[in-house]
Design a protein around this ligand. Structure first.
Ligand code: ZN
Length: 472
């Protein structure tokens, strides 16, 4: 930003402060700026000067702020709970940060339509708990549930561990209210599952990471509360057996199958012995899978689960299995799958994470291919694979030498993303593009797709003020 633009920005912030009050528009020195300069894993560029931070309480205030920023050409970085790991909410240019954190609260819970209308800054866990109190269920769940905001979950089209059964955030949103770059409020607070009245506008904003508009209100889809949860950990010999297990489990459990979480041996070791836990199944198997069903009948569902596992053991498809007999055992099994949150405790841990997707049938070969590529590139890299296989989603964590330079890291990223592109996969399955993957987007999108995305961006944000430097 030129000194002129910076000065114009400062004048605008002062005007907004007079119009909306010093509590809504804060300037450097007033707010705790440091916490707005990073997400879960990424930091803003050193020395980046923010113009100010806006904490609007209402959609009208968001519209007021955007109208003024649009007129003055001042960039805006929208922020939710800052639990992302792709840098989507991290400011990269001098801009006004617009935090949705004061726009929180549940406005309506309609038990007939099975919907909940919420403000965008509402924390995910608050939404989950409110549904539970009404004897209903909001299925989106992820590690950042206590901090992540529902508007950010929609802006990034969050995934998580129950996508197999309930879909991604896109499938859980029925309606949205969005403020466009020029301050126009688009209210599309639909409550119906069926609505074919023209283009599906909400899906343009879900997953756009705040580059096309700022989500201020959502109508969420709720589900009947599951009455039973049965969880087991099983082991198979190899990837071919794993695909057979996915077919067998899908057919035996039908729609109740809610998790099919796959862990390769290095990951299993990290999640158990490396963290001081006794492995529930011995090491040495080819692949480990955490299976979970969510059903309607606690007694019958558990018996059925046990029967299916016993049959699969008898047939030789499963090499070993354990079924959780209590809530505590269930949590212990999930703790192994959720261990990436604990990686920093393991000393030198796999710190470079990838979130990609490939057709499920090709993931086993891709694991071997990418492992070979990375090892040929640098023999000192260690690879850890896991993922939501039924969703075609593979996570890869690479332990990179601590002294590796940014250029060396980029070479590793380039290697992995190019391979994903060549194999017909997506460089982002559930974490978004944000800042980190922008340079690699072309590996997963054709020139025509990229141009269509740019056309949307030009139409909805002609001056490019919304979340500059992100996505496209
Ligand atoms: Zn994941």
């Amino acid at each position: 930003m030129t000194p002129d633009r910076q000065a114009a920005g400062a004048v605008l912030i002062r005007t907004l402060q007079e119009e909306l009050g010093a509590s809504v528009i804060q300037t450097p020195g007033e707010a705790d700026f440091a916490r707005h300069l990073r997400d879960f894993t990424n930091e803003a560029p050193q020395g980046l000067q923010l113009l100010g931070i806006a904490y609007p309480h209402t959609t009208e205030q968001v519209a007021h702020i955007l109208r003024a920023c649009h007129a003055a050409n001042v960039p805006v970085t929208p922020q939710g709970g800052l639990t992302g790991i792709a840098g989507g909410a991290v400011p990269v240019v001098p801009s006004l940060v617009l935090s949705l954190e004061r726009m929180r609260g549940i406005e309506e819970l309609d038990t007939n339509a099975r919907t909940m209308t919420v403000l965008a800054g509402t924390v995910l866990e608050t939404v989950q708990n409110a549904a539970e109190e009404a004897d209903l269920f909001f299925p989106l769940d992820l590690g950042g549930r206590g901090t992540a905001q529902i508007g950010g979950n929609a802006a990034t089209n969050a995934g998580g561990n129950r996508v197999l059964r309930y879909g991604m955030m896109r499938d859980l949103v029925l309606g949205l209210e969005v403020v466009l770059a020029d301050g126009t409020v688009v209210s599309s607070l639909n409550k119906m599952l069926k609505n074919n009245a023209g283009y599906d506008l909400k899906n343009l904003f879900i997953g756009s990471e705040g580059t096309l508009g700022i989500i201020t209100r959502l109508v969420l889809r709720l589900f009947p509360k599951p009455r039973s949860a049965v969880t087991g950990l099983v082991a198979v010999a190899d990837y071919a057996a794993l695909l057979e297990l996915l077919r067998a489990a899908s057919s035996a459990f039908g729609a109740t199958l809610a998790a099919f979480e796959v862990m390769w041996p290095e990951f299993y070791r990290l999640g158990t012995t490396a963290l001081g836990r006794t492995p529930p199944l011995p090491e040495g198997h080819g692949i480990y899978v955490l299976l979970e069903t969510l059903g309607t009948d606690p007694q019958r569902d558990e018996t059925r689960f046990q029967e299916v596992i016993a049959e699969l053991l008898d047939s030789g498809l499963l090499q070993d299995a354990v079924v959780a007999g209590s809530g505590r055992q269930r949590q212990e099994l999930w703790a192994i799958r959720d261990c990436p949150g604990e990686f920093p405790k393991v000393g030198h841990w796999p710190q470079l994470g990838f979130d990609v997707s490939l057709p499920a049938g090709r993931i086993g070969d891709f694991v071997e291919h990418s492992r070979r590529l990375l090892q040929e590139h640098r023999p000192d890299l260690a690879c850890v694979y896991f993922g939501h296989l039924a969703d075609s989603n593979l996570h890869l964590s690479v332990r990179v030498p601590e002294q590796a330079s940014p250029a060396e890291i980029e070479a590793i990223e380039e290697l992995v993303y190019r391979a994903v592109g060549e194999w017909g996969g997506s460089i982002s399955a559930e974490h978004g593009i944000g800042l980190l993957k922008r340079a690699f987007l072309h590996y997963s999108r054709s020139p025509a797709e990229m141009e269509l995305m740019r056309a949307f961006k030009r139409t909805l944000d002609p001056k490019g003020i919304l979340n500059p430097g992100k996505v496209i």
